[in-house]
Ligand binder design. Structure first.
Ligand SMILES: Nc1ncnc2c1ncn2[C@@H]1O[C@H](COP(=O)(O)OP(=O)(O)O)[C@@H](O)[C@H]1O
Ligand SMILES: [Mg+2]
Length: 325
């Protein structure tokens, strides 16, 4: 079942350079359609600035789309701040990169985890205390850490506490925006494992946003690759990482460090990094694309389904040609 459905969603911001500067429109998300399936993890990858965080905020109704629709359980997302939206918020939670920024420094870990239960009027004081204790165990924190304050914990422990709080209201959807990017690599693996275990055990739908392809591959049931506010390739992570079709995905996958010989030779992207304020015509990737043809500078490629079920937005990706190859 599709828990969350984005259809042709765009989000534009108007920015002005300097006091008298001309205002320009930046399309952080250009036109994306996505389904988040109940109980499954959707990975969203792409370089910084491609619109991942904006997509996450659109999914939670923290941002309103400029175009298109966002449906949660087939109902239109209510406007932020309304009673309907607040009621829905306990079913969808956000975890982002900076756990300290997400916490109140004056509250203990137990108080932080209890807070959403109080806000949503869930349980009696003793029921809440019991639930908080269970949640802390679930995320791998010790009982004696409940009385600590955020600055007394390590980064990894703080992110565990933030997760416990996000899980407190038993959400159907968890949007994690670069949840481990600020942590040491050795700690990242532990937090990622805990997250995938909890996701599977509780049957939560998760959207895992990261610029780190290795992590996304590990956690996702489906992966969407974004470039300048659009999805360029989406599908099963095994197929997508073993045999990327879109030239941008190929370049990203070729840059993942691997021991031993590579299946795909390293592709180094040339040209300017993507800038949504200066979007190229046609396929936004064409100025950096090693295989671009004339058509790519003119016509925006739409996502088309390949024979193996994945979607690719590239004029050169031909389902039939791939079958013959
Ligand atoms: N509130 C905003 N106002 C103006 N521009 C924004 C705003 N939020 C994001 N952007 C722009 O939209 C683009 C995509 O941003 P973001 O979604 O944060 O990308 P990512 O998370 O992939 O790094 C960036 O160019 C960013 O500068
Ligand atoms: Mg971001």
């Amino acid at each position: 079942m599709s828990l969350l459905t984005l259809t042709d969603v765009a989000r534009a911001y108007t920015t002005r350079r300097g006091l008298l500067g001309r205002s320009t429109e930046v399309r952080a998300v250009d036109s994306i359609s996505l389904n988040v399936t109940a109980g499954r993890t959707l990975g969203v990858v792409g370089e910084s600035g491609c619109g991942k965080s904006t997509t996450g905020r659109l999914m939670l109704g923290l941002e309103r789309p400029s175009e298109g629709s966002v449906l949660f359980e087939e109902q239109p997302m209510p406007a932020p701040g309304t009673t309907e939206w607040r009621a829905l918020r306990k079913r969808m939670q956000l975890v982002f990169q900076d756990p300290l920024g997400a916490m109140d420094r004056r509250l203990t870990i137990a108080q932080q985890v209890e807070e959403p239960l109080i806000i949503h009027g869930i349980g009696t004081a003793s029921e809440r205390a019991e639930r908080v204790a269970a949640l802390l165990v679930d995320v791998g924190l010790r009982a004696d850490q409940a009385a600590r304050h955020p600055h007394e914990l390590s980064g990894g422990q703080r992110q565990r506490a933030v997760l416990a709080r996000a899980l407190a209201t038993d959400p159907a959807l968890l949007v994690c925006d670069e949840p481990v990017s600020a942590l040491d690599v050795s700690i990242q693996a532990q937090v990622v494992n805990m997250l995938t275990d909890l996701q599977a055990a509780r049957g939560i739908a998760m959207v895992f946003i990261s610029h780190d392809l290795k992590v996304v591959r590990q956690v996702s049931h489906s992966v969407a690759v974004m470039y300048l506010g659009r999805i360029v390739e989406q599908g099963d992570p095994e197929a997508l990482f073993a045999d990327p079709v879109h030239p941008y995905t190929r370049a990203l996958v070729s840059a993942i460090p691997v021991p031993g010989p590579r299946r795909i030779p390293r592709i180094v992207l040339t040209g300017d990094p993507p800038n949504p304020a200066d979007r190229p015509t046609g396929c936004a990737f064409h100025p950096r694309c090693p295989v671009a043809v004339a058509r790519c500078a003119v016509e925006i490629p739409q996502l088309r389904t390949m024979d193996d079920g994945r979607d690719v937005a590239c004029h050169l990706a031909e389902p039939q040609a791939r079958m013959a190859a």
